[in-house]
Design a protein around this ligand. Structure first.
Ligand SMILES: Cc1ncc(COP(=O)(O)O)c(C=O)c1O
Length: 430
């Protein structure tokens, strides 16, 4: 605990909250509980549990919201990537370029079809696919590129799209973490050939289980994706191509339709939280120790994750300190894909992707969910200041007044008190 003789009220860490969780899905659930239960009951009453009217409505609503002609649901974000690669015809031996700094499913979708992932380094400032390294690695064997819009920020499509176009290969956007993110006013998922999204519960639009969807502006690919997700079956029991079983449950669709009208507001709240963090970190004087993520000037960053870089090799010790003070955090991703045991055969060893490897050692994700309160954010930054033996920052001007009511002053929010929910992110992975 630090006490200083500085003027002002905020020189002690005693007034920080006892805990802050990485996620608080229960806050969303409590607010919309009646609507969820009514929607689930409606599906039960209908007796239609796979695909069906709710799924069709959800697909239309998503397509409208994202400004694309086609949105096609499926069973998960992982399946969306697999189906997209099947639709563009990836075959054994084909090379697919993708970042190593991403969730496993981006690469495993390629290997499930017998393709070879070619790992590309990231831009150290954005953690997104580095177009210069992409250009270096593209070859006559390249058959597709998968930019990942990691943490809610769109990859540099101004550079990536012309490179892919010149090579004559399709662009599959991994938009699992970036629903509603934009690039020059256009939603991610509609920028390349196919966009792949996840409804995993930790995503900005998360269901009550697994789910996903694909977007495309191409009618030919839309038709193929619809066919591939139902075993290539059209009409019933006649199979034109070999597909997979990847259908969305009606109950998931009904739940997601309750959430969908709130997504834009929740996204704005995430953006406000990111701005508050930027202000708190600046006030805390942590510039020498912490690199905060920047906003995207060319589009909307939707902040699925708020990922800081911890300088000086202190990341793991800081994380332990936060855990001991009840503040949850997560590392995305501690071992980049090119160094995973299962991808050793690719022959991309240690030192091959310097920016990726450095990010894996230095980054830490902090709570950023929409319902996060001003006091919780100040607690997060205050505990980080405490680790670096600095006083906690004064409350952020922008956040202090307008969101005080949500947290009830300096008390832990009701939901956290009830659940004792420190780090209730045990099943969080991306
Ligand atoms: C970048 C990325 N790609 C793909 C996926 C796979 O999505 P799902 O978990 O819905 O299969 C995830 C997260 O889960 C992800 O974060």
């Amino acid at each position: 605990m630090i006490r200083t003789t500085l003027d002002g009220l905020h020189t002690s860490h005693d007034d920080l909250l006892p805990s802050v969780g990485l996620l608080a899905l229960d806050r969303q659930y409590e607010a919309l509980q009646e609507e969820f239960l009514a929607a689930i009951r409606r599906v039960c009453d209908s007796g239609r549990f796979v695909l069906g009217p709710d799924v069709e409505e959800l697909e239309s609503e998503l397509a409208r919201m994202l400004g694309v002609p086609h949105a096609i649901s499926c069973a998960s974000g992982s399946d969306a990537l697999l189906l997209a690669l099947m639709a563009v015809g990836i075959e054994p031996g084909d090379e697919v370029l993708l970042p190593s700094y991403t969730f496993f499913a981006t690469a495993s979708a390629v290997t499930r079809l017998g393709g070879t992932p070619v790992f590309v380094d990231i831009d150290p400032a954005t953690y997104l696919l580095d177009p210069t390294d992409l250009l270096r690695k593209i070859s006559p064997r390249s058959r597709a590129v998968i930019p990942v819009h990691l943490f809610g920020r769109t990859a540099d499509m101004d550079a990536i799209l012309p490179i892919a176009d010149h090579a004559g290969i399709p662009v599959i956007e991994d938009a699992a973490q970036s629903i509603l993110s934009t690039w020059h006013g256009h939603c991610s998922g509609g920028l390349g050939d196919v966009g792949c999204f996840s409804f995993y519960p930790t995503k900005n639009l998360g269901g009550f289980g697994d789910g996903g969807f694909m977007t495309t502006t191409r009618d030919d690919l839309a038709e193929r994706l619809r066919l591939l997700r139902v075993h290539g079956m059209e009409p019933r029991y006649y199979h034109r191509v070999i597909g997979i079983n990847s259908r969305l449950d009606s109950i998931q669709a009904a739940v997601l339709r309750v959430k969908l009208p709130h997504l834009d507001t929740w996204t704005s709240q995430r953006q406000a939280n990111a701005a508050t963090y930027a202000e708190l970190f600046a006030r805390a004087g942590l510039d020498g120790q912490i690199v905060v993520p920047t906003d995207e000037p060319r589009g909307r960053h939707v902040w699925n994750q708020y990922v800081i870089r911890v300088r000086g090799g202190h990341r793991d010790a800081l994380r332990t300190h936060l855990r001991e003070r009840g503040v949850a955090s997560e590392i995305y991703y501690p071992v980049p894909l090119h160094l995973q045991e299962c991808f050793r055969y690719v022959g991309c060893g240690e030192g091959a992707l310097p920016a990726t490897e450095q990010a894996a050692h230095e980054t830490l994700a902090l709570p950023i969910f929409p319902e996060l309160t001003a006091d919780e954010q100040r607690t997060v930054v205050g505990r980080i200041s405490e680790f670096f033996q600095l006083p906690p920052p004064p409350p952020a001007a922008q956040a202090a007044g307008d969101r005080q009511e949500a947290g009830g002053g300096l008390q832990a929010p009701r939901f956290l008190r009830r659940l004792n929910a420190v780090g209730r992110a045990d099943d969080v992975r991306c």
